[in-house]
Design a protein around this ligand. Sequence first.
Ligand code: NAD
Length: 320
Amino acid sequence: MATTLERRELGNTGLKVSCIGFGASPLGNVFGHVSTGDALAAVGDALRLGINFFDTSPYYGGTVSETVLGNCLKELGVRRDEIVVSTKCGRYIDGFDFSAERVTRSIDESLARLKMDYVDILHCHDIEFGSLDQIVNETIPALQKLKETGKIRFIGITALPLGIFTYVLDRVPPGSVDVILSYCHYSINDSTLVDLLPYLKGKGVGVISASPLAMGLLTENGPPEWHPASPELKSACGAAAAHCKEKGKNISKVALQYSLTNKEISAVLVGMNSPRQVEENVAAALELLHEGLDEDLLGEVSAVLEPVKNQTWPSGIQQR
Ligand code: NAD
């Protein structure tokens, strides 16, 4: 019986990532303050329980997430070749800049904060806020040059609107974008990423799906103040969480398990801010492996969420 997290191939990169990836945005205090002790214990537990994939960005907490993650990994004495680290470029606390000059400078700043010589993946962060022509003709070519320097191993793009991915991938030379990171599109309330999976597979592009808890919507505590969902969506998710609680169940567990079931998705990034959350989430993944999904509960939660199924929110300066 498997006692450790499953590892999955990430597209054509040759990387093998744990099916749960550690989303480090909470380490930037994005969902509330996280103490240094909790951050260190959460990252330490993640490593101990088989998570080898860590995702951050200079945007999260205005560089705080990168610095805290870098400090934790250094203090824990992790061997660099035993983990997969992704960060991002182009989105910063003071705005967006996808120019070749900025993203080239950005990686040096990120590496200094992370205390590393290279990252495995550098994503262009939330490209729907930039000019897609610039992403295709300037940003991705600049990242190709960074690949040659060895500062990054693979290139990714992230966005909320799914049509953005096909727009870019249809316009760049084959193989120049290795992975995509989609968020809030493969959880119980919104599973629209599934329609894009055959296209991505055909292109040989690895798939990372973030926010299985819909950035806090599918948790007992509910979403943070800044959450962009409509009041209707928030209220339906609140009702679904209450339904699970009434039955003595936890909505976060079934939500994460649902996201993990599709093996075309290499890694599901969950934001975690404490050892308790890491332990609960890894336990949920192992339970899924041994006992399968609680189909009855999933059916009930899906029924509560049916009126808002696949409802999303606008993001960026263009919708495709
Ligand atoms: P998420 O859906 O993973 O939810 C995170 C929230 O759920 C946090 O408040 C966390 O403390 C809480 N949580 C985690 N485990 C829990 C548990 N077992 N019980 C109760 N609550 C629990 O959303 P997210 O953090 O936004 O997404 C995950 C990661 O994906 C991010 O940290 C980031 O690394 C990445 N991400 C990237 C993008 C992008 O590139 N545009 C967008 C969203 C997320």
